[in-house]
Design a protein around this ligand. Sequence first.
Ligand code: BTN
Length: 270
Amino acid sequence: MPPAPSGVALDIACVKAYLGANRLGATLHYFQEIGSTNTHARELAERGADEGEIVIAETQTHGRGRLGRRWESPPFTNLYLSLILRPTLPPRHAPQITLAAAVALVETVGSFLSGPPAIKWPNDILFDGKKLAGILTEAACDAGRVEYVVLGIGLNINYRIAAMPAELRQRATSIVDLAGTNVSRESVLVRLIQDMDRCYGELEESGFEALRPRWEAHFALRGQRVQVELGGQTVVGRALGIDREGALIVEDDQGQRRSIVAGDVIPLET
Ligand code: BTN
């Protein structure tokens, strides 16, 4: 698919035609503008939407990142989408969906770039240390089972660094800036949904162990000193990898191995 000039809406009919009989993406809810695709997907999930329904918007007025941060969402430039999932996984394994999405994202994005992107546990996709994409996973659990998961993905595609607000320019990047040319957002979207469909299927059928080698192969922080914020507690140490369940393993400065299920990881210089 040739890249559309910037400012042009996604060709959703074309995306649907390429997706065919995918489990994910059988229903696409497309908006020119929305508050947040995650918020809308949660509302749809609460009203009984099926697994695989996807909310896509050209721009978000209240795009949300992790930890209450804002997600910059300029129109007709990037991808902002939220997938509704109804996994059969136990609730304690729900965070593995973020890890599966990270594998799908590096595989998708890697196919448009000359080198491999990296994963910063648990949800950032980086290239040369700069953020290309983020994942916001929100789950609703009831009586020991996962009712639904909304998997939100924001991916910078034709968003030139020069057009980013000053505070993003040092730490964000985009496919166009890395590849040197505009990319068809439809091609990226189709590939991403297909890769997500495959990785989610592997997770459901074989567990995270099936995806772990590919996740580890893209792990950005291996051996690096990191600081992990655990809601009131700070752990400083060396990131070793992830365990069978997807928890981050950090050897702290006291030589103790810590298994971190949720937290914000900051790479340290030394
Ligand atoms: C992060 O890195 O902090 C996560 C960013 C997630 C952004 C996406 S854009 C589509 C979806 N809708 C939202 O409001 N957020 C996610």
